[in-house]
Design a protein around this ligand. Structure first.
Ligand code: G3P
Ligand code: MG
Length: 246
């Protein structure tokens, strides 16, 4: 049984707010979403921040790459203006700040470990260690996920009690052997190439199936009908959140 929310706001607030910001989390909440996916990368000083792109320029004003800057420098950078002038005060948030916001507001987290190239092990380790620390006092544990096998292995090494999902664009032929080796609880699939037969095969082996990024209600209904357990969406305005199945 999937113990997590079925509908998850992608990058905080989907396409309604600047991604991976506190404003995005607030926007998700305003739309009734109490579950969120966001991306975590390490700054030059090894401190995790919440951001998607390795390179600055798209959502974060500036140039260079995330590993070129300390967390303090990144946390002073504008991550909102690209989306609209009303978000000009939004900064690159620290991972710790995002977790604290989610915990304060009862938001469940799918924490995507998004390492810059070359920092896979370090990022997986740090994110898992910090997550463990944040949940030492209890609360519903998040689900860690990553496209990076090295990051997933490092996360397991650092905090084996934290559940992990393996992100794939296309389900590889040897997915079962890889999933077993990684000790993940779920496969997080791009929904576009995914087939009903693949969902059935994954479920038959006892793994959860989570899809990204599902932006129409019709496709969401189809996937849930196939047995998909949950998905993240950019369209929190048109896909109402579904409560956790009892
Ligand atoms: O975790 C699901 C999804 O966020 C993976 O792709 O590029 O949006 O981080 P991306
Ligand atoms: Mg992501």
């Amino acid at each position: 049984m999937w113990p997590y929310p079925r509908t998850v706001a992608h990058r905080g607030g989907g396409t309604l707010a600047p991604e991976n910001t506190i404003a995005a989390l607030r926007c998700g909440l305003e739309h009734g979403y109490r579950a969120v996916e966001f991306d975590v990368m390490l700054a030059s000083d090894g401190v995790p921040v919440v951001v998607h792109d390795v390179e600055l320029g798209r959502t974060v004003a500036g140039s260079g790459a995330i590993p070129d800057y300390t967390a303090a420098q990144l946390e002073a950078m504008d991550a909102g203006s690209w989306f609209g002038p009303q978000f000009a005060g939004e900064r690159v948030p620290a991972f710790d700040a995002v977790v604290a916001y989610c915990q304060a507001h009862g938001i469940w987290m799918n924490i995507e470990i998004k390492p810059a190239p070359g920092f896979e092990v370090e990022t997986g380790t740090v994110v898992a260690q910090r997550t463990r620390r944040h949940f030492a006092g209890g609360g519903q544990l998040p689900l860690l996920s990553s496209f990076s096998i090295a990051a997933l292995e490092a996360a397991r090494e650092a905090a084996p009690e934290l559940a992990r999902g393996w992100l794939v664009e296309e389900l590889p032929p040897d997915w079962l052997a890889q999933a077993r080796a990684l000790g993940v609880v779920a496969i997080h699939c791009d929904h576009s190439p995914l087939t009903r037969e693949q969902v059935a095969a994954i479920k038959a082996q006892g793994y959860g199936v989570f899809c990204y990024t599902v932006n129409t209600q019709a496709r969401a209904d189809e996937l849930l009908g196939w047995g998909v357990d949950g998905f993240c969406t950019d369209r929190i305005d048109i896909i109402p959140p579904v409560p956790v199945m009892a």
